[in-house]
Design a protein around this ligand. Structure first.
Ligand SMILES: Cc1ncc(COP(=O)(O)O)c(C=O)c1O
Length: 458
C-alpha cells in the first residue's frame, strides 16, 4: 500500500485519506452503520447528508411552480433551473460554446443525438466495440435511415483501442457526409480511459464526435475548452449520487443546428399551430427539453457540484489511484495451493491510463471459471455490492469470451432469448465480476473484497 501510495504524485496522501475517513463517518454514515461494502460506483455514486439537507432547505424555503411562465412561482423555478444550468457548464469549463440540455439521464441524452443526427444513405456511424448499449442503440437509428455503421475493435490483451484500425477508419470515410464517431471517455466495464486525442483526430477528418462521459466525469475533469466534442452526455447521480433522474446533453453550439429534431413537444417550440400544421422550434437548449423539466430536483445538481468541488477532483483521483493500484496488485497475487491463479483481470492490470473500475473472473484450482452468479450471491450475503454480467456493454463481453460472429449469427437465428439460453447455446460461460471504487471507498472496503476472494482459494 505505502509503495503504491508513493507512486502517486504529490504529497499529503495521508491527510487526504484522513479527510475521506471523516467525510465517510459524518456524511455517509449508513455505509458503516449497515456494514455495506459498496463497490458499484460505476452503477451509481453515493450522496452526502449535506447535499440532501441543502436540498430540503431549498424546498422548504419557497413556493416553486412549473417553469416557463411569468408568474412569481414559475419565475422562481426558472431562476434555479437556469442557475444549475450555468453551473453545469462552468463545471465542465464549457465557456459560451455549449448548450446544456437537461435530460432524465445519459441514455436520454444519447437518444436525442440518435434520433436527431442527420443520418441518411450518405452518412456513416463509427463506434468502438467498447460502448454502453445506450450508445450501441444509436446504430438502429442510423440503420433505419439508410446510414452505414461499423465498429472499431479494442485489443483483447488490454481492452484499449486498436489505434491503427481507428486511424484507418477515421481517414477512410472521406466520401461520406455527416459522419458521427461515438466512444466513451472511460469504459464502464474495463475502466480503460480512452484517449481524448481521438476527438481532434476525428475533427481533422470531418467527423462529429459524440463523447460518452458518463463513467469518466465522476472521477475526472472534463474540460470542454480543451477537448471539444460536438455532443457529450452525463448522468448526475453517477457523479454525486443525488438527485437521480437528471442527466445532461452538452451540445457544442456550432453543432446545434445540425441536430434535426423529428418532432415537437410542449416546451420545445416558440410557436406551433393546429389550423396550419407548422411550428417553430425554440432556438436554444429548450428545443430538446421535452415537457416539464424536473424543476424541483435540478436545483439540487448545484449542491452536488459544490460538494464534489469542495472535496476536489484531484483528491478523489489520488485516493482512487492508490486503492485501485493496491487492489490490482493484491488480486493478482492470489494463487491456489497448486500455484494456479485465482483471478484473471480483463483490461489493464496496472494503474496506467485507467480508472477505478475493474472486471475479473475467478477460477478454481483446475482453471475452471467459477460461475459469476454464484459469486454475486455469496457477495450479497456479505453485503458486498458488486455487479456481474456484461454491464450493458456486450462488445467487451464478446471480446473477453472470444465469441465469434459465426456463433452469434447462429444464436440470433435460434429461439433462445434468455441469458441462460445464450450460455447454453454458445456453450460458453459469459459475464464477469465488476467492482468499481469511488468517492467513499476506503482501504477496509478493499481488504474486505480481497478477503471475500480468498474464500474461493483451495
Ligand atoms: C459509460 C456509460 N454510458 C451510459 C450509461 C447510461 O447511463 P444511464 O443509465 O444513467 O442513462 C452508463 C451507465 O452505467 C455508462 O456507464
Amino acid at each position: 500500500m505505502e509503495r503504491i501510495a508513493e507512486e502517486v504524485q504529490g504529497s499529503g496522501l495521508s491527510e487526504i485519506f484522513e479527510t475521506f475517513d471523516k467525510l465517510r463517518a459524518n456524511e455517509y454514515p449508513n455505509l458503516d452503520k449497515y456494514g455495506h461494502v459498496y463497490l458499484d460506483y460505476t452503477g451509481g455514486n453515493l450522496y452526502s447528508r449535506w447535499q440532501v439537507q441543502q436540498h430540503m432547505e431549498f424546498l422548504e424555503k419557497e413556493v416553486y411552480g412549473n417553469p416557463h411562465s411569468t408568474n412569481p412561482t414559475s419565475l422562481r423555478s426558472t431562476e434555479f433551473v437556469e442557475k444549475a444550468r450555468r453551473e453545469v457548464l462552468e463545471h465542465f469549463n464549457a465557456g459560451d460554446d455549449y448548450y446544456c440540455v437537461f435530460t432524465a439521464n445519459a441514455t436520454q441524452a444519447l437518444k436525442i443525438v440518435g434520433e436527431s443526427y442527420p443520418f441518411d444513405h450518405k452518412s456513416h456511424f463509427l463506434l468502438l466495440f467498447d460502448n454502453h448499449n445506450s450508445v450501441n442503440g444509436i446504430r438502429e437509428y442510423a440503420r433505419r435511415k439508410g446510414a452505414t455503421f461499423e465498429y472499431c475493435p479494442v485489443y483483447l490483451e488490454d481492452l484499449r483501442i486498436d489505434e491503427e484500425q481507428l486511424h484507418r477508419k477515421l481517414v477512410a470515410a472521406k466520401h461520406k457526409q455527416n459522419k458521427l464517431f461515438a466512444y466513451p471517455a472511460q469504459s464502464n466495464v474495463s475502466g480503460v480511459k480512452h484517449d481524448l486525442k481521438w476527438i481532434g483526430i476525428a475533427h481533422e477528418n470531418g467527423w462529429d464526435v459524440l463523447l460518452d462521459t458518463a463513467a469518466f466525469v465522476p472521477s475526472n475533469i472534463l474540460d470542454l475548452q480543451t477537448v471539444k466534442p460536438e455532443y457529450a452526455c452525463v448522468s448526475f447521480y453517477k457523479i454525486f449520487g443525488y438527485p437521480t433522474g437528471i442527466g445532461a446533453l452538452l451540445i457544442r453550439k456550432n453543432a446545434f443546428e445540425k441536430l434535426d429534431k423529428p418532432w415537437f413537444a410542449g416546451g420545445t417550440v416558440s410557436y406551433a399551430s393546429v389550423t396550419m400544421p407548422e411550428f417553430f422550434l425554440t432556438d436554444n437548449q429548450e428545443r430538446f427539453e421535452e415537457g416539464t423539466v424536473n424543476y424541483l430536483s435540478i436545483p439540487a445538481v448545484r449542491y452536488g457540484l459544490e460538494w464534489i468541488n469542495k472535496i476536489g477532483m484531484e483528491n478523489i483521483q489520488k485516493k482512487l489511484s492508490v486503492l485501485t493500484g493496491y487492489l490490482l496488485q493484491e488480486l493478482q497475487r492470489l494463487n491456489h495451493r497448486n500455484g494456479k491463479p485465482l483471478v484473471h483481470i480483463f483490461g489493464p492490470a496496472t494503474n496506467d491510463r485507467r480508472g477505478s473500475t475493474v472486471i475479473m473472473n475467478l477460477f478454481d484450482h483446475e482453471g475452471n471459471k467459477i460461475d459469476v452468479g454464484m459469486i454475486e450471491q455469496k457477495a450479497n450475503e456479505k453485503r458486498i455490492s458488486v455487479r456481474t454480467g456484461c454491464f450493458c456493454n456486450p462488445g467487451i463481453d464478446e471480446i473477453n469470451n472470444c465469441i465469434t460472429s459465426e456463433e452469434l449469427s447462429l444464436f440470433y437465428s435460434s429461439k433462445g432469448y434468455t441469458h441462460y439460453d445464450r450460455i447454453h447455446f454458445l456453450g460458453k460461460m459469459r459475464g464477469a465480476i465488476r467492482i468499481s471504487l469511488g468517492l467513499m471507498t476506503n482501504h477496509s472496503d478493499c481488504e474486505k473484497y480481497l478477503e471475500f476472494c480468498k474464500g474461493f482459494l483451495s
